[in-house]
Design a binder for this molecule. Structure first.
Ligand code: ADP
Ligand code: MG
Length: 269
């Protein structure tokens, strides 16, 4: 594992520029349970946002609606000004066609807590699979890109390994490389270090830190408050499906305006 600073600038330039994400009046229920309640947030192009909040507050569901893994009940979500989800109460429902949704979803990458690598594929195959099948890259093109991305996450020597032969931290770095291979404009991380042994957290956070400087739009659900303070441009605190407050890290973490934010921070800091 090399320090993030050793990664060549050339590789940094290879990523697309980040896109703005706008969320307006988004609500979503599962049965009687309102999981997202009138969410309004804007993530500017190239910004880094950390979402914090207690378990069950709707953080994962919010990320899943941005990636269109969940439909919203009402409200709209736009990426780069293009709608990806839109419904309005009392009106005809506006639904995007499945084909358009899939095309837009490839611009949004998501990294999960449990890596979700394909166990029967090598590291290189994990990374080349989607670019070949979804993006139509030739296999040599996809492999050249995969090797570049592996170098970027410090794993160029693991191309032929299988996921089970890697540590959790290495698997998560492969998962990040795999997501980057689709050249997303927005990258969503859902508790990317929660499943890792403590000594492996740093290597994954270092990769995310490096991405934070690359111009891609990052949204990270995390319990790593120190990390959030260091890399995020803004922090969003959620509770019970609502955004309680959002602002600069220093304001939210040291001078929270809302007593619920203060109560949450008192428990986790
Ligand atoms: P967080 O990520 O902040 O812990 P989630 O978005 O995972 O919160 O969940 C918010 C609430 O929605 C929880 O009460 C959870 O049990 C519920 N929930 C999430 N997904 C589903 C689902 N597919 N069906 C029913 N309830 C769900
Ligand atoms: Mg969650």
């Amino acid at each position: 594992w090399r320090p993030a600073t050793a990664i060549p600038q050339q590789a940094l330039a290879a990523l697309p520029k980040g896109a703005e994400v706008e969320i307006h009046g988004v609500s979503k229920s599962f049965g009687d349970l309102k999981v997202l309640d009138d969410i309004a947030l804007t993530f500017p192009a190239g910004s880094v946002t950390a979402i914090i909040g207690p378990s069950g507050s709707g953080k994962s569901t919010l990320l899943r609606t941005i990636n269109h893994l969940e439909r919203v009940d009402r409200g709209l979500i736009a990426v780069d000004g293009e709608l990806i989800g839109y419904r309005r109460d009392g009106d005809a429902l506006h639904e995007l066609r499945e084909k358009d949704i899939l095309a837009r979803r490839t611009e949004i990458g998501m990294v999960f807590q449990n890596f979700n690598l394909f166990p029967h594929l090598t590291v290189l195959e994990n990374i080349t699979e989607a670019p070949v099948t979804v993006r139509g890259l030739s296999r040599p093109e996809a492999e050249a890109q995969a090797r570049e991305l592996l170098a970027r996450v410090g794993l160029e020597d693991k191309a032929d390994a299988y996921p089970r032969q890697l540590s959790g931290g290495q698997q998560q770095r492969v998962a990040i490389a795999r997501t980057l291979a689709l050249r997303p404009k927005v990258l969503l991380f859902d508790e990317p270090t929660s499943a890792l042994d403590p000594e492996l957290v740093g290597e994954v956070l270092d990769v995310i830190k490096e991405l934070a400087r690359s111009g891609i739009t990052l949204v990270i659900v995390t319990h790593e408050i120190g990390f959030a303070r260091e890399v995020a441009d803004s922090i969003v605190f959620m509770e019970q499906g609502r955004v309680i407050e959002a602002g600069a890290p220093d304001q939210i973490l040291t001078r929270p305006k809302h007593p619920r934010t203060a109560a949450f921070l008192a428990k986790v800091l």
